[in-house]
Design a binder for this molecule. Sequence first.
Ligand code: APR
Length: 188
Amino acid sequence: MELRFAVGRGTLVLLQGDITRESTDAIANAANSGFLGGGGVDGAIHRAAGRGLLEACREAKKSLPGGRLRTGGTIITPGFSLKARHVIHCVGPIYGEVGGDDARLLASCYFEALRLCRENGLESIAFPSISTGVHGYPVEEAAPIALGEVKRALELGDRPREVRFALFDAGTFAAYEEAARRLFGAPS
Ligand code: APR
């Protein structure tokens, strides 16, 4: 199941599936501040990428203040055994535990990841639904925030041209479809 929306000079694609199968220039990871893998999509990406990704994260961690990636922050690494050339690791907020700053910090993950695409000349990126799993963000609240940042980026510039959301279950897909229809009208 795939829905395509024309947005600015690019395309938003919503699909139900496993992000590790995406062959976009980059895939985004819903990481944690410790930045050495974990469960959920973080675990799936590390399993599919192989040990090289963990080594790259260990190396990148050395340049982080206190060895931790801040909430709302992102870091780009190679994709190793993944089809995607790069992984952009994002630390989404743990819902209700960031002093009321949930929306701004979630938006920051998408804004920073899309900025990294622009800076690295990446044509395409696939996102999971950041923070709506273990981090407890209600998906009906998260989807419009995520797609609002995608709208801004696709209307702004020429990179990325395609932004995909690999959504893991029907409920999450439905929430993003509703938010996308509200923001962009009917799919093409
Ligand atoms: N492909 C796409 N989406 C996936 C996949 C996958 N292979 N596996 C899980 N998901 C979905 C979940 O169903 C959820 O909709 O990704 C979304 C985000 O859920 P989590 O992976 O739990 O991420 P998050 O809520 O941001 O919590 C991050 O969980 O796994 C740990 O190390 C991770 O500490 C970090 C925290």
